[in-house]
Design a protein around this ligand. Structure first.
Ligand SMILES: *Cc1c(COP(=O)(O)O)cnc(C)c1O
Length: 364
């Protein structure tokens, strides 16, 4: 779509729009959405109550400095409240980073199977996205370092990564932080950090380096994807710059209240982590047992490999006939794989049963 005289900034029309996980299926009555890594247990009941309570004062602008939420995050995650910034999802923090640090002629580096918002936000800022090859679906620090140039301004890596679910070691991440050029900022996307027991998304690396930022979200383990809220943690010079780009009322009052209640309900978060780990392990073993190789995942989804691109497409279609909606990964360059969110017990058993039928020859 283009217009003769009214023309977007260079690069905007080259952006391939983000493809969200499907929420409908071709057949089946009850739909189980396993395509967007949402929490099958939903948010903490305290978060839901706080969100509803916020409806009583909808006429009032939200707090613009997010102090209460930042204090709650600081308390639970052991970070400094004044180095936290809140956004409308961590997607907004990613956009702030690109708008603040990258423009025309600059490069934004990420790994081959990195999250698709990195190139989208890079291009929206006028910068050039650059991919570094992965090795066996794991980010490759040597390849990332080799891809750095004088123009590299941002390096994005999610650990654990989406859509592969894989994790690389803290020592490797630290080697990356220390090896990137002086004009580049390393962004550690911790969208799935809470799914790993005792892991805080490499917050200590942020504390120890002036070129490392972490992004986090309330959309995954906290079950607040619909509220749009996330946060970033970084050195003072970065948080100061991002706050100049941030709109004063970028996060809604209801989202702030819900997120505050969610982060403080550590018992509920722990329950979600334990449930996810239990069914993720169960489902992975079930899939391996029927002949579907599946990498160990550190997040709330698993990614089985099918015999071919066609087999993956057929499995996707067959799952849909059972009301099971998963994520095809052709857009990520992984067409023989499907990404399946870890749902509740019923959903996991349904996925295993359907794929067992599929492997025995059942087709849509
Ligand atoms: C889901 C996800 C996000 C962002 O989610 P928001 O809903 O915008 O907070 C960021 N990074 C990765 C890797 C994700 O999977």
């Amino acid at each position: 779509m283009s217009h003769k005289t009214i023309i977007p900034q260079p690069g905007i029309l080259n952006i391939s729009p983000y493809v969200a996980g499907k929420s409908t299926a071709t057949g089946g009555n009850r739909i189980t959405k396993l395509s967007s890594n949402e929490n099958p247990l939903g948010p903490s009941p305290l978060a839901r109550a706080a969100y509803i309570e916020a409806a009583a004062s909808l006429e009032t602008y939200p707090d613009s400095d997010h102090a209460e939420l930042r204090e709650a995050i600081a308390k639970v995650h052991g970070v400094a409240a004044d180095l936290v910034i809140c956004g409308a999802g961590s997607d907004e923090i990613i956009a702030f980073l690109c708008n603040t640090y990258a423009g025309e002629g600059d490069e934004v580096l990420y790994s081959q199977y990195g999250f698709s918002m990195y190139p989208i936000s890079a291009m929206a800022a006028g910068a050039t996205p650059v991919q570094a090859k992965e090795t066996n679906r794991h980010a490759d620090v040597d390849a990332l370092l080799a891809a750095c140039t004088l123009r590299t301004r941002l390096v994005f890596i999610a650990n654990p990564n989406n859509p592969t679910g894989t994790l690389i070691s803290e020592a490797e991440i630290e080697r990356l932080a220390e090896g990137i050029p002086p004009q580049a900022l390393l962004v550690l996307d911790g969208a799935y950090a809470e799914f790993i027991e005792g892991f805080n998304g490499h917050a200590a690396l942020v504390d120890a380096h002036d070129n490392v930022v972490m992004t986090r979200t309330f959309s995954k383990i906290y079950g607040l994807g619909g509220a749009r809220i996330g946060w970033g943690y970084g050195p003072a010079h970065v948080i100061d710059a991002l706050n100049r780009v941030r709109g004063p009322f970028n996060v809604s009052a209801a989202a702030l209240k819900a997120a505050q209640a969610a982060v403080l309900d550590v018992e509920y978060t722990e329950k979600c982590r334990v449930e996810n780990a239990k069914w993720r392990g169960w489902l992975r073993e079930a899939l391996i047992a029927i002949g579907l190789p599946t990498d160990e995942s550190f997040a709330n989804f698993i990614v089985p490999r099918f015999a071919s691109e066609q087999a993956a497409a057929e499995a996707d279609a067959y799952l849909q006939t059972k009301g099971l909606v998963v994520r095809a990964l052709g857009g990520y360059g992984l067409p023989e794989y499907l990404r399946i969110t870890i749902g509740d017990e019923i959903a996991c058993r349904a996925v295993a049963a359907a794929l067992t039928g599929f492997m025995k020859g059942a087709r849509a």
